[in-house]
Design a protein around this ligand. Structure first.
Ligand code: NDP
Ligand code: OAA
Length: 252
């Protein structure tokens, strides 16, 4: 059974802690001790307020569900402490220097960095971009203004540009664009819309390349405790963890 340490005990952390299927939670850490203690009461794992104590516990993989800044601060230390890491706040990897350093640390310590599919679908076959020409990847995301921390009275384009710029402005909302860019090994053009008439998180993905064309639309239910985060993001972490040990590997 896979043993995990949970870094980030908010909305996604709580879903992970309440659905232990194919893995067990062994340790909890959050910058808000109350959040870690609440999950300790739910799942019985110990809560730590000191990161070094947390990372010294006996588990196989640290599951990050905290923030882009938490990845920058802690991911190198996770690998140095000889633990695998799952990174949900994948926007942190849009910085190519940080990504290079982190990948080297993973190699040095023979550990893996897992990027879950998060709030989208299609990352599996988008990896053909690493071996075959991709011409364009466009992500059009539409969320409610509240989940973007904005107040607008009609549908408004709040960002148009590249993924690595968008994630700097909206680090809590557009991690999926960086996951797409890493999978495809190609720049991702992003349009981010705030629409007061939607109560879903909608991601339209359009890809063209040597393979042909793909159009994917994901209309996500927001998660219970954080409307900016789609419920699918938490489910994707659960399914990745459940399959880590499986002899059957599905998808490219
Ligand atoms: N890859 C993807 O497809 C997706 C990624 N995400 C990302 O997943 C992450 C988790 O989402 P969600 O659970 O909804 O977020 P929440 O804000 O509900 O929970 C995050 C928790 O981590 C804590 N935290 C933040 N920064 C740090 C830090 N530096 N050190 C320790 N703890 C920290 C937060 O504390 P505090 O409240 O004080 O900030 C909070 O308790 C977010 O970064 C989100 O943007 C979300 C959806 C899709
Ligand atoms: O949950 C979503 O729909 C997308 C999201 O917040 C992110 O990519 O950061």
């Amino acid at each position: 059974m896979v043993r995990i340490g949970l870094l980030g005990c908010g909305n996604v952390g709580k879903i992970i802690a309440t659905h232990q299927d194919g893995f067990t939670v062994e340790a909890l850490f959050d910058r808000l001790p109350d959040h870690a203690e609440e999950l300790a009461r739910i799942c019985g794992a110990p809560a730590f307020s000191d990161f070094q104590e947390f990372i010294s516990q006996d588990f196989d993989i640290c599951v990050e569900a905290a923030s882009v800044l938490a990845v920058r601060e802690y991911a190198p230390k996770v690998l140095e402490n000889r633990k695998n890491i799952l990174i949900l706040s994948v926007g942190a990897l849009s910085d190519s220097y940080f990504r290079k350093v982190l990948l080297q640390k993973a190699r040095d310590h023979n550990k893996k960095i897992h990027i879950p599919s998060g709030a989208i679908m299609g990352l599996d076959n988008l990896k053909v971009g690493q071996i075959s020409r991709i011409e364009s990847v466009l992500l059009r995301t539409t969320k409610s203004p509240e989940s973007l921390g904005l107040s607008v009275s009609s549908k408004t384009l709040v960002f148009r540009g590249k993924a690595n710029e968008c994630v700097k402005q909206f680090p809590k909302n557009i991690n999926v664009s960086v996951a797409l860019a890493l999978a495809a090994d190609h720049d991702v053009d992003v349009e981010l819309w705030a629409d007061p008439d939607v109560d879903r998180n909608i991601h339209d993905i359009q890809v063209t390349g040597e393979f042909g064309e793909a159009n994917i639309r994901i209309v996500n239910h927001p998660s219970p405790d954080n409307p900016a985060t789609s419920y699918l993001a938490a489910l994707s972490v659960l399914s990745l963890l459940k399959n880590l040990d499986s002899p059957l590997v599905i998808g490219s």
